[in-house]
Design a binder for this molecule. Structure first.
Ligand SMILES: [Zn+2]
Length: 240
């Protein structure tokens, strides 16, 4: 649901006085249908507290995702899935530290601590995720010289993971994105989903951000500009 300040800003206090609060709540509820899919992005041990690239409060997305996932008949999860010595790791660029950037053939790359190496415990999905009905796990970032924040396209902007074609073959029209991290893999996935022609919702409280060098505010601005809808988990109708 919209928070109270947003509602006040949207309606003005005069209009609000004429509406019962219940009417506002009821109007906000979204019911996922068979043409809707939930994309659960990178809820992996490396990105959770104690992990090598821990996102602050990253574990708090898990119960929220578990709850809303019940409302979706279509669920896809993703895993960041890097080779040893992946180009996105600061450790392979001499003199560079994590969170600095380098210029690669496909553009600017933020450098990260080593994370999500294929087959390691850090790359495993959180054991607390409870989405047994998820149908597909997309692994991404497995080409040693190219990163892939997005679940749709690698960072070169052209190599497809196959996800758009999969969703279209299953007649999915709208995607809801949740997971880690808001300003990188979630945002890039949402933006590419728009480019692929999907209606896109990002469930804000089912995500957490890294926020390095203004990345979180920029991600939300880019997503708003692209027509991505920013919602809260309470906006999604989940039957008891
Ligand atoms: Zn990565």
């Amino acid at each position: 649901m919209l928070d109270r300040r947003q509602i006040l800003a949207a309606l003005g206090t005069t209009a609000l006085a004429t509406l019962a609060p219940g009417a506002l709540l009821a109007a906000a509820v979204i019911k996922p249908d068979d043409a809707s899919a939930l994309l659960v992005i990178d809820v992996q041990n490396c990105f959770l507290p104690g992990g090598s690239l821990a996102v602050k409060d990253g574990d708090q997305v898990v119960p929220v995702i578990n709850r809303i996932a019940k409302a979706f008949s279509n669920v896809v999860t993703t895993q960041d899935w890097h080779t040893q010595g992946h180009v996105s790791f600061a450790s392979v660029h001499s003199g560079k530290k994590p969170f600095e950037t380098v210029d690669l053939p496909y553009g600017k790359q933020v450098l990260w601590p080593d994370h999500c190496v294929q087959g390691t415990d850090g790359a495993a999905l959180s054991k607390d995720l409870a989405i047994p009905h998820a149908q597909l796990v997309i692994r991404k970032g497995f080409h040693k010289d190219v990163d892939s924040y997005s679940a749709f396209l690698e960072a070169d902007g052209k190599t497809s993971t196959g996800l758009a074609a999969y969703l279209k073959a299953r007649k999915i029209k709208r995607v809801f994105v949740a997971g880690l991290a808001t300003d990188f893999c979630v945002a890039w996935t949402a933006l590419d989903a728009r480019k692929a022609g999907f209606e896109v919702y990002v469930v804000e409280d089912a995500c957490r951000g890294i926020d390095t060098q203004g990345s979180l505010a920029k991600a939300w601005a880019d997503m708003a500009k692209a027509g991505v809808k920013r919602i809260q988990s309470a906006d999604i109708a989940v039957s008891a």
